[in-house]
Design a protein. Structure first.
Length: 125
């Protein structure tokens, strides 16, 4: 965030809606959520100009991130159900960031070496 007196530049991520009809390519669950990320210039903390808008889908279970084309995402955001399909999501290059593994039953973060979840006892897939 860049702030000088009464104006500044910031970046924001906003959750748009769940994508119930699309399965994650990583864990095959239906927990994808559509997000919008953009930069904006604000005056007295009121957004004036937005730029660099990007849309992505995030899987709550495995942490996988997918790029989504802006045209498809805008249609989905405006209320057109089914505008984004399984074939429209492309795995985002996470540049070496490690995605944590979570338990499918309780959602707790797990070490990659665990066969069973130490919190609830469920076997990992």
């Amino acid at each position: 965030m860049f702030f000088i007196g009464i104006f500044g530049i910031d970046r924001k991520q906003k959750k748009i809606k769940p994508l119930k009809q699309i399965q994650c390519k990583g864990c095959n669950c239906e927990g994808l959520e559509l997000y919008k990320e953009y930069s904006f210039f604000h005056l007295f903390f009121i957004p004036i100009i937005k730029w660099n808008t990007k849309y992505f889908a995030f899987c709550k279970k495995c942490g996988m991130i997918y790029d989504i084309k802006i045209e498809k995402a805008i249609k989905e955001e405006s209320g057109q159900e089914g505008a984004i399909t399984y074939w429209d999501i492309n795995q985002y290059n996470n540049n070496g960031y490690q995605v944590s593994v979570t338990c499918n039953n309780c959602g707790k973060s797990l070490d990659d070496n665990y066969v069973y979840c130490p919190f609830c006892g469920t076997k990992r897939r």
